[in-house]
Design a binder for this molecule. Structure first.
Ligand SMILES: Cc1cc2nc3c(=O)[nH]c(=O)nc-3n(C[C@H](O)[C@H](O)[C@H](O)COP(=O)(O)O)c2cc1C
Length: 334
């Protein structure tokens, strides 16, 4: 209700300014009311964790974990923060975030702007949130691709004690060549190293923290099959489908449609859901699937489960629909 009033004001601002204002407001709200509760539902067991409902926040909205307690007020069953990189980095020059309201889409080329993993960890420690927290990790833009694994391993080491699960993001279109890590030999190498580190860390900390891999919607069917095989082979715990798309067929002639970056929201729904369906077929229920991409209402969330997902994440839908979207999706997937 309140969002109906706030939205025209936010939409009158540049997209990133509106984003910063919203995050600062959430951070403040979280300090005043630090005890957010998940929207009620039947809990589900996924990756050995008990999720109070199936609806989570997707990565990228709170890259540094600055507003965890405020976001918890929205009723999510889980919250994913990041993408974080080992060292702080400014990301791409502004403007780098664009609303496409005619199609309920967003294009962003943020480029992993974040304060670095140490700041994120400090923020997580300061938060009072006790729910399921995913931490999404990436590589610095200036780390050579052949050293990418060392960035992921450095982040994994630092976030491991504070995460409920850790997401390995190899699918942002805004870090040069990052998506190459989805290739067969690159992925095999990366997942092998991450699995070994996870085993070592589980031993050291006396707690097993699941690993998920976040993939792109722009994959050929045989690439999805190869990824599914690699996930199984390396005993990765889950997969997130999907990140934003580089395709522009759904936004031809739309204002900002030609901007560079990753497209999210309604225009990516079909492609993302298609990847969920392919993964379900390739994995046959062996590995849980977390769906993200274009969920704008309860029906969209339900459609992700029907395609084979176990959990659903939201980002762009929140910009168009506000916090009521969370409860609506929880009810549709209960
Ligand atoms: C402005 C913006 C920034 C994002 N940043 C990240 C990020 O840092 N890491 C990541 O894994 N995904 C990021 N994403 C992708 C979302 O997590 C999600 O996978 C994608 O937007 C599809 O879901 P949606 O259509 O509900 O937005 C970002 C999306 C947007 C719109």
């Amino acid at each position: 209700m309140l969002y109906n009033i706030a939205r025209p004001v936010l939409f009158s601002l540049d997209a990133e300014t509106a984003h910063e204002f919203t995050l600062a407001s959430l951070s403040l709200a979280g300090r005043i009311f630090p005890r957010g509760k998940p929207a009620p539902s039947e809990p589900v067991e996924v990756m050995g964790l008990s999720f109070p409902n199936r609806i989570g926040l997707a990565a990228g909205l709170d890259k540094n974990g600055e507003a965890i307690d405020g976001l918890a007020l929205m009723g999510f069953g889980f919250i994913e923060i990041g993408t974080v990189t080992p060292r702080p980095q400014p990301g791409n020059p502004r403007p780098r975030m664009f609303r496409l309201p005619e199609v309920r889409g967003i294009i962003n080329r943020m480029g992993f702007n974040n304060h670095g993993v140490d700041v994120l960890v400090a923020n997580v420690k300061a938060a009072r949130f006790k729910g399921i927290l995913g931490i999404n990790i990436g590589k610095n833009f200036d780390t050579p691709m052949e050293d990418a694994a060392s960035d992921y391993l450095a982040c994994l080491d630092k976030v491991y004690p504070y995460a409920s699960y850790v997401t390995v993001n190899i699918s942002s279109p805004n870090t040069k060549n990052l998506r190459q890590l989805q290739g067969e030999s690159e992925l095999d190498d990366l997942l092998g190293k991450l699995k070994a580190a996870q085993t070592r860390l589980a031993d050291a900390h006396g707690r097993y923290v699941p690993l998920t891999l976040k993939i792109a919607p722009d994959l050929e069917p045989e690439q999805v099959i190869n990824i599914a095989d690699a996930l199984r082979r390396h005993r990765i715990d889950g997969v997130i489908a999907t990140n934003t798309t580089i395709a522009r067929d759904k936004v031809q002639g739309v204002r900002y449609g030609e901007q560079q970056g990753g497209l999210s929201g309604a225009p990516v729904f079909e492609a993302s859901t298609g990847v969920v369906r392919q993964l379900k077929q390739a994995l046959g229920g062996e590995l849980p699937i977390i769906a993200a991409g274009g969920v704008l209402d309860g029906r969209g969330a339900r459609a992700k489960l029907d395609a084979g997902a176990d959990l659903v994440q939201l980002y762009s839908g929140l910009i168009y629909r506000g916090p009521t979207l969370v409860g609506e999706c929880v009810r549709a997937t209960a």
